[in-house]
Design a protein around this ligand. Structure first.
Ligand code: FAD
Ligand code: SIN
Length: 525
């Protein structure tokens, strides 16, 4: 079956929904998500969204903090754009009904997180993402111009390749005409033709065995663009959050927000001693890459599985008021955070790289935009400043709509795209082939491509991955398409890109630290 929409949006988190709500003023929109709208990285966001709100904060300070965290690898125009447009986009969120906490004087209650020189994080308690996602879902579900497709899995974006042309990285003017999409309830594959497509498929956490991301985070958009010969960059900059709750076997890992350190919590070794001052004068509030590496080092030296986060010295009632969900979640695991230290360890959390886009959110493929975590705008550079990603998602979704509507009336649907061809395929005989390969990817990445890397580990990871790649492509060619086999292909592609790009970087910068090149070599900004 073929469906036609002016705008095809793949992804129903902050980036996808905010794009859809704005694009719907100019045409018909389809919004796809692979499970339900409430399952996204956006829903899990805790700390909040950064925006300059009151003096003495200023755009210059937020820009400087972002550049420092990004370790000389940010794109200055992207940084300036996002930070200066933040207040306007925050107003959009308020218009959509998002409720940010205020103090007793009616002013926004601003939190502070690692790497921020001022209090500038707008938040809703300690579950800001849930508040944002629920507000956006209410808007999108009642919109007459937006058709929401839950449990629809995008398999491939459509390009000239699907018209029989050979498309390489050197092909000029690759164009996107929509996507092949699997309806997971009927198992039919639909052709969604579009004039403009937005990829907003989120993160890649499922490539690692422990992550704060929900299971949907398999890097599908990045893998699709890679296969379509679009440009992907900065994949080596995988962010590990310093403080995931240490609970072996629990997936996703429950996050202990960085805002709790902004509030006064300190990191301690198992013997109770503070250690962050040894690594950075900003102590527990240093940027994330530094804190995560310091914890990793302390754990390795001492042979421990976790360190402690201590908030017991703060007023108990205030702690419960500010962090009610963390209080409740920890209590369920037998930890009363007002009295007990919280066991934490660094955990995969975010990807700074992804689909390269310009200041309009336009990818290297015509008619294809990307926004949110799957994109690489240059804002984060080598290390994302906390709470800048929700902001980036909404700013770039807005930019993409503004750019697309300039020319969408001149575009037509490409009616020559054939239906999906599944001739010669059959149901995979053994699902274990897929699930076991998935576990192997996670293990390879967690063992060899973590916080501290080396050429030897990266090369070993690449060799192991190549075997899985060959086996999976063979299986894919013969199998009826399923979400599971597609996700496996995608995590293999994402893992490959991370390793390849990590091997190319002959220095340590931001989130990429390698024992073979421990120094930062070039100053990029
Ligand atoms: P997501 O919100 O992840 O949405 C992705 C969507 O794409 C989903 O709807 C999914 O179903 C869909 N999708 C994916 N693949 C396909 C496919 N093949 N077919 C169809 N649909 C598909 N950032 C901050 O700025 N502040 C914070 O406080 C903060 N806290 C965080 C806490 C946690 C625990 C986590 C995990 C992240 C946090 N982040 C935070 C990061 C931030 O939440 C994400 O970067 C951001 O929400 C990403 O939004 P997105 O719209 O790009 O993707
Ligand atoms: C957190 O609340 O610590 C997460 C913030 C972020 O990832 O930006």
């Amino acid at each position: 079956m073929t469906r036609r929409f002016d705008f095809l949006v793949i992804g129903g988190g902050m980036a996808g929904i905010s794009f859809a709500l704005k694009a719907a003023k100019y045409g018909k929109v389809a919004l796809l998500c692979k499970t339900t709208l409430d399952e996204s990285n956006t829903t899990y966001a805790q700390g909040g969204i950064a925006s300059v709100t009151y003096e003495p904060d200023s755009f210059d300070k937020h820009i400087e903090d972002t550049l420092i965290a990004g370790d000389g690898h940010c794109s200055l125009p992207a940084v300036e754009k996002v930070i200066k447009e933040a207040p306007t986009q925050i107003q959009e969120l308020l218009n959509w009904g998002v409720d940010f906490d205020k103090d007793e004087n009616g002013l926004f209650d601003l939190h502070r997180e690692g790497g921020h020189s001022e209090h500038r994080i707008l938040h809703h308690k300690d579950n800001t993402g849930y508040e944002i996602q629920e507000s956006l879902i209410r808007q999108v579900k009642s919109h007459p111009e937006i058709e929401v497709y839950e449990h629809y899995f995008a398999i491939e974006i459509l390009t000239q390749h699907h018209l029989g042309q050979i498309v390489t990285h050197h092909t000029p003017n690759i164009e996107c005409y929509g996507a092949y999409v699997l309806n997971q309830q009927s198992n039919n594959i639909h052709t969604f033709l579009s004039k403009v497509t937005l990829l907003a498929t989120g993160g890649i956490g499922s490539v690692y065995s422990t992550t704060t991301n929900p299971a949907i985070a398999t890097g599908d958009g990045i893998a699709m663009v890679h296969r379509a010969r679009g440009i992907i960059r900065d994949m080596e900059f995988v962010q590990f959050h310093p403080t995931g709750l240490y609970q072996p076997g629990v997936r996703p890992t429950y996050l202990i927000t960085e805002a709790i350190r902004g509030y006064g919590a300190v990191l301690r070794c198992k013997d109770g001693k503070e250690f962050m001052q040894k690594y950075d004068e900003r102590g527990s509030l240093a940027p994330r890459d530094i804190v995560a590496r310091a914890i990793d080092n302390e754990m390795k030296i001492r042979g421990h599985q976790f360190v402690y986060l201590d908030v017991t010295h703060k007023n108990a009632e205030e702690t419960k008021e500010h962090f009610p969900n963390i209080y409740k979640q920890c209590l369920e695991s037998g930890i009363d955070i007002t009295k007990d230290y919280i066991p934490v360890s660094p955990i995969q959390h975010y990807l700074c790289g992804g689909i390269v886009v310009d200041l309009n959110g336009q990818s290297s493929i015509n008619r294809l935009y990307a926004a949110g975590e799957c994109s690489c705008t240059g804002l984060h550079g080598a290390n994302r400043l906390a709470s800048n990603s929700l902001l980036e998602a909404i700013v770039y979704a807005d930019a993409a709509v503004k750019d697309a509507v300039k020319y969408i009336d001149k575009l037509t649907f490409n009616e020559s795209i054939p239906d999906w061809n599944d001739e010669g395929t059959s149901l995979p005989e053994e699902m274990v082939l897929i699930t076991q390969s998935f576990r192997e990817v996670e293990q390879i990445m967690s063992t060899y491509v973590g916080i501290v890397r080396s050429n030897l580990r990266l090369k070993r990871a690449l060799n192991r991955l190549e075997i899985l790649y060959r086996e999976t492509e063979h299986l894919f060619e013969r199998s009826v398409v399923s979400r599971e086999i597609c996700e496996l292909r995608n995590v293999i592609s994402v893992a490959y890109l991370i390793i390849k790009q990590a091997l190319l970087r002959k220095e340590s910068r931001g989130l990429h630290y390698t024992v073979d090149y421990p120094e930062r070599m070039r100053n990029e900004i």
